[in-house]
Write a new protein. Structure first.
Length: 279
């Protein structure tokens, strides 16, 4: 058995904007969003093993069959005629339950790794199909970078950012259930999907068109999260808003200097300076 190990980065994402556009007969909500991969990341270390196992540095994360990494492993295992099993050590840096897609990213990293090292030769469309069966956001990470998202988050198209910016992520110690947030949302406030070309027209980002409709649910219930957005705006953010259903709030700043200056206002919270991974 080979003794080589592989350590792979698994990046987070944010929702630069998000509108809720409706609800399907099966209960799933539809959305219109821009998914943005960022350089905040977990790491997954793969070591050859006699049987599959998963371990994590965060004791609060289950390492059983409910973990998305395990679900991804099982799906790919069915397609591997002959394969070496792997032990996966997951080093979590992305906050859990914070609207940053860490679990989905981890699962996509497993899919990509096994496709290569088990020599499955699956196409990108095959990988996206498998990823979508595991979780709504997993498919995004097969291509990553910047993508528009519609439907339940499964209708994805690449986008190009016309400007650079620096992100300050502020992560309060609050767990928000996405299921709860959707249940609380008043569907009479649903909106038409974004015209994505309008967001990035004439060589600039039109931040004035960005919004996240989950804020109408989250901020009244957790006013301290709303205060973070206000403070980011007061510190000169080009735009500030929730990522997903939260609890992370991000501010987009013109430069790293501006983001680091604003960061000083959030000493009681976990914060990250991060950058978009662009096309």
């Amino acid at each position: 058995m080979p003794d080589k190990l592989f350590t792979i980065r698994s990046n987070a994402k944010i929702n630069l904007c998000l509108r809720i556009t409706g609800r399907l007969p099966n209960g799933y909500h539809t959305l219109s969003s821009v998914f943005q991969e960022i350089d905040l990341h977990d790491t997954l270390t793969f070591t050859p093993a006699d049987t599959y196992s998963l371990r994590c540095n965060n004791a609060g994360i289950p390492c059983d069959d409910s973990n998305l990494c395990s679900r991804a492993y099982r799906e790919l295992k069915q397609l591997a005629l002959q394969s070496t099993d792997w032990h996966i050590q997951l080093q979590k840096n992305i906050p859990v339950g914070a609207g940053l897609g860490g679990g989905s990213s981890n699962a996509a990293t497993v899919i990509d790794f096994l496709n290569e090292h088990w020599e499955l030769d699956l196409s990108k469309s095959d990988l996206i199909r498998i990823a979508a069966q595991i979780g709504a956001d997993v498919a995004f990470y097969i291509h990553g970078k910047t993508q528009s998202a519609e439907g339940i988050g499964d209708k994805l198209q690449p986008l190009t950012l016309p400007e650079s910016f620096t992100l300050l992520l502020v992560c309060p110690n609050i767990y928000i259930s996405t299921k709860w947030a959707y249940q609380q949302f008043n569907l009479t406030k649903k909106k038409e999907g974004y015209k994505f070309g309008d967001l990035f027209e004439s060589g600039r980002i039109h931040w004035e068109l960005f919004e996240n409709q989950f804020e109408s649910v989250v901020f009244p219930t957790y006013p301290e999260i709303g205060k973070i957005k206000t403070l980011l705006q007061n510190e000169g953010a080009l735009y500030a808003g929730l990522s997903g259903s939260g609890s992370t709030v991000f501010g987009a700043f013109k430069s790293r200097y501006d983001a680091e200056h604003a960061q000083k206002q959030f000493k009681n919270h976990i914060t990250f300076i991060s950058f978009p991974i662009n096309n």
